[in-house]
Design a protein around this ligand. Structure first.
Ligand code: SF4
Ligand code: SF4
Length: 176
């Protein structure tokens, strides 16, 4: 992943503004204790909340992507911190900074190219026929002319530029 420096003051200011609610956190750990994902992954939501408004390093923390957004923590937080909103905000900021996991880059590219994050393959086509379904689902797979519209929609909301950001970041990294 590309490096994001805590010495980027503009980014840090934006982070502080977006996550200022987390400064109310008293580090009680109720969120971590309620987190089903934390039982199976390295996610420690209490620590993530602590980092949220303090360091831009949080944007490249892979724990950010281990939350399933189940809202258990948010419902129980005694300080009423909108923890899931914070997680989603941090994810969005990370992606806009060109910090994206390889898996997310891959599915985003597939979505732009095929109109599906998981395009149909030969095996699935055969299975559909065996099950008595149409070979192709009623999506852009069946109506390829509409793919142009899906792409226009994605481009109009800047989705493609997120992948460009990533390319730009990687290029910067390679020249260091
Ligand atoms: S439950 Fe709320 S106050 Fe307690 S550690 Fe988590 S975010 Fe902080
Ligand atoms: S919303 Fe995310 S961080 Fe909170 S309990 Fe669910 S998985 Fe854990």
């Amino acid at each position: 992943m590309p490096e994001t420096s805590s010495s980027d003051p503009e980014l840090l200011n934006r982070l502080k503004a977006a996550c200022k609610d987390t400064l109310k956190c008293m580090q009680c750990g109720v969120c971590s204790g309620s987190c089903p994902s934390g039982r199976h992954t390295a996610l420690n939501i209490r620590r993530l909340v602590r980092k949220a408004a303090r360091t831009t390093d949080v944007l490249k923390d892979e724990q950010l992507w281990m939350c399933t957004t189940c809202y258990n923590c948010q419902e129980r937080c005694p300080r009423d911190i909108d923890i899931v909103d914070v997680v989603l905000t941090l994810r969005s900021m990370a992606v806009h900074e060109g910090i994206m996991l390889a898996e997310h880059t891959k599915v985003s590219e597939l979505l732009l190219e095929y109109g599906h994050a998981v395009p149909i393959d030969e095996e699935r086509r055969k299975q559909r026929v065996e099950l008595g379904l149409e070979e192709m689902p009623l999506t852009v797979h069946k109506y390829p002319d509409d793919l142009k519209e899906v792409r226009s929609l994605l481009i109009s909301c800047g989705f493609d530029s997120l992948l460009d950001n990533k390319g730009k970041r990687n290029a910067e990294k390679e020249t260091i």
